[in-house]
Ligand binder design. Structure first.
Ligand code: SF4
Length: 80
């Protein structure tokens, strides 16, 4: 499972931080950071979801008010 995070779209409401500790607050930028991710394209970050954190990743994606977080299964199909 893979998560993508569009940091440009993020408006820093931090609901995701409450759902999954892979997300941390960056109060200087008013954005979240996806810890351990790689920048796939400009301001879009990707992380392979660690085992056991799949539910947290999905909750984080569902709670984001601006849909900055997307979750994909191993076949590349979007789940959230
Ligand atoms: S919930 Fe969405 S808008 Fe809020 S900090 Fe997380 S990614 Fe950004």
């Amino acid at each position: 499972m893979r998560v993508t995070f569009d940091r440009d779209t993020c408006i820093g409401m931090y609901q995701c931080v409450a759902e999954w500790d892979a997300f941390e607050k960056d109060l200087n930028d008013g954005k979240a950071d996806l810890v351990g991710s790689e920048e796939e394209s400009e301001d879009v970050f990707v992380l392979e979801v660690p085992d056991g954190e799949e539910l947290d990743a999905k909750f984080a994606a569902r709670t984001c008010p601006v849909d900055a977080i997307e979750v994909y299964d191993d076949d590349g199909e979007q789940i959230v």
